[in-house]
Every structure is written in structure tokens, then in C-alpha cells.
Design a protein around this ligand. Structure first.
Ligand SMILES: Nc1nc2c(ncn2[C@@H]2O[C@H](COP(=O)(O)OP(=O)(O)OP(=O)(O)O)[C@@H](O)[C@H]2O)c(=O)[nH]1
Ligand SMILES: [Mg+2]
Length: 296
């Protein structure tokens, strides 16, 4: 199967390729080669601590093993934090959160398409009531993808929309309820409380909801995005990441730092603006795409 991350990671791969080609099998990497690799990893947005850990592995590797050792360590870092979403008997409630413009609404549409294609009945909740246009945007996607939508005419209160959506989803027997929320910064206390309120009202209908809280992280924001992830993890109980906009940036290395430093699993990667531009995460495939290793 073709590597699904290949196109989205092309610029990241370009950034690493020079340094990787200097790691020749049968020759111990000299200090210049190591320095070049270190600079390339940092430039691809692998953070300093994670880069140091990777360099240590390359330095310890035997002459013929530098690239495979680097790849194996990267895969291990990403796999360490992998989790399987909990088993759910009724509708699975997924809350989608993140800062403004990170790609939440588009990701909700992509997830709707992905899970409908997998045979699920999906319902969207338009709980971004901050802007009138946000509801229209989600409605457009719901129509295009062919899934149900719960919204309130006048926008309404986000928690009320989430509540309605859970009730409707339960009554209709849907498999998955995806709640789109307004963009917010972790520093906006009132908006973070609003998320908490959304959680609470979903629990009134479905006691163990939300089953997943997905943080949509814009892959082009680099190390800045990591702070966001840490803060959202603390205050919004994030369970996993959707890493968007990797196409068109050379910062694909950030995935490693998210895993190692923030400790959150990446569930999906956004690879473009269309509703099919979503790839479920696979550590080996991702690393092979990043390092330009052919996937068998
Ligand atoms: N290239 C690319 N663009 C993306 C991706 N995901 C989202 N976008 C674009 O990013 C822009 C913002 O996307 P939205 O889904 O509206 O972001 P949002 O987080 O819902 O924004 P707010 O609701 O305003 O906070 C749009 O132009 C999307 O097409 C992606 O994976 N790749
Ligand atoms: Mg939105």
C-alpha cells in the first residue's frame, strides 16, 4: 500500500534528506554528520530534548545501522503513547477542541466522512455558536458528507446544542456524535469553563461522555502548538490529537515532540483541505514517510 503520509510530509522529508544521505552504511557518522542531522531534526520541528534523544541513538548505533536505528527510535517514541479508544455501548461522544483556525470544523467533516465510510451512523453537533457563519459552515459539510446535524436556529448556547445532540443521537441510535466547538485559547478562562459545561451536559444524557476529547493542532504552528497541547490536556482532558495542515509545512517532526513531551497520541493527520484529506495515524508509516524509507 502506498504511504498515505508521503505527500503531506514531502517538505519535511526534503528538510531531512541531505543529513540522512550522509549516514552511509558501513561508515561511522563523524561529528560533522551528526551536527548536520541535529540541525535538520531541529529544522523539521523535532524539539531540542527529543532531538538530543534521537542523536544519542544514532551515535550508539553500529556503522551499518544508523538510519534503521533512528527510524526504530522514532517509531518507539510514537508508539509509546498510542491508546485505543474505550469501548462504548451507545453513541460515542467525541468533543473536538482547539485554538481559532486550527482546523476543527474541517476535521469534524473529515471524521464524519471517515466513520460513515466505515459504516457508522454519524451526527454532528454545531456547538460553535460564537459566529453565525460557523453553523452554516458545518451544515454545508454535513450536507456534502451526508450526515445528520443538530444546530439551533439562533446559534444558541453551546452546551444546549451539545445536550440536544446527545439526546437526538441517543434517540436515533447513532454510533458517533461529533461536537464542533468554537476556537479558544487555554488562557480564556470563561471559554475553558464553557468546555467544562459542555462536558457536564453531555454526561446528563450519556453518563460516560465525552468518550474522547480530540485537540486539533495546527501542524504549522510548531513548538508554540505544544504549549497549547499541554494546557488543553490539563484543562480540557484531551485524550488525543488531530494534527492538521502538515501538507505545505516542513514541520512534520513535531509529531515526535507531541508524543514524547506532551505524552498524547496522534489519532489522525490532516493532509489537505478536502473531506477525504485525513489519514488515521500509523507510527511506522509516518516515520517512513518522514525519513523517505519505502514502506513495504
Ligand atoms: N492545507 C490544509 N488546510 C487545512 C487542513 N485542515 C484545515 N485546513 C484549512 O484551515 C482553515 C481553517 O479551518 P477550519 O476547519 O475552519 O478551522 P476551525 O478550527 O474550525 O476554525 P474556527 O472555528 O474559526 O476556530 C480552512 O481554510 C481549512 O480549509 C489541512 O489538514 N490542510
Ligand atoms: Mg470552526
Amino acid at each position: 500500500m502506498a504511504n498515505r503520509f508521503l505527500r503531506a510530509l514531502s517538505r519535511s522529508r526534503d528538510r531531512l534528506s541531505g543529513a540522512l544521505s550522509a549516514l552511509v552504511p558501513g561508515r561511522r557518522p563523524d561529528s560533522e554528520t551528526i551536527e548536520e542531522l541535529e540541525a535538520a531534526l531541529l529544522a523539521a520541528d523535532v524539539g531540542p530534548t527529543t532531538t538530543a534523544a534521537l542523536i544519542a541513538v544514532v551515535e550508539r548505533a553500529s556503522d551499518s545501522e544508523a538510519v534503521p536505528a533512528l527510524a526504530a527510535e522514532m517509531v518507539a517514541m510514537l508508539s509509546d503513547v498510542e491508546t485505543t479508544p474505550p469501548e462504548v455501548s451507545g453513541p460515542r461522544v467525541v468533543l473536538v477542541v482547539g485554538v481559532n483556525g486550527s482546523g476543527k470544523t474541517t476535521s469534524v467533516a473529515k471524521l464524519a466522512r471517515f466513520h460513515s465510510a466505515g459504516g457508522e451512523r454519524v451526527l454532528l453537533a454545531a456547538a460553535d455558536t460564537f459566529r453565525a457563519a460557523a453553523v452554516d459552515q458545518l451544515r454545508m459539510w454535513a450536507d456534502r458528507v451526508g450526515v445528520e446535524l443538530v444546530a439551533q436556529d439562533d446559534g444558541g448556547d453551546p452546551a444546549a446544542v451539545a445536550f440536544d445532540a446527545c439526546q437526538a443521537g441517543l434517540a436515533r441510535g447513532v454510533d458517533r456524535i461529533l461536537i464542533d466547538t468554537a476556537g479558544r485559547l487555554h488562557t480564556q478562562g470563561n471559554l475553558m469553563q464553557e468546555l467544562e459545561k459542555i462536558r457536564r451536559v453531555t454526561q446528563k444524557v450519556i453518563p460516560d461522555a465525552p468518550h474522547e476529547v480530540l485537540l486539533v493542532l495546527d501542524g504549522t504552528t510548531g513548538q508554540n502548538g505544544l504549549r497549547q497541547a499541554e494546557e488543553f490536556l490539563r484543562s480540557a482532558g484531551v485524550t488525543g490529537i488531530i494534527l492538521t495542515k502538515l501538507d505545505g509545512t516542513a514541520r512534520g517532526g513535531v509529531a515526535l515532540t507531541i508524543a514524547r513531551q506532551v505524552g498524547l497520541p496522534i489519532h489522525f493527520v490532516g493532509t489537505g483541505e478536502g473531506d477525504t484529506d485525513l489519514a488515521s495515524f500509523d507510527a511506522t508509516e509516518y516515520v517512513h514517510g518522514l525519513l523517505g524509507i519505502a514502506t513495504k
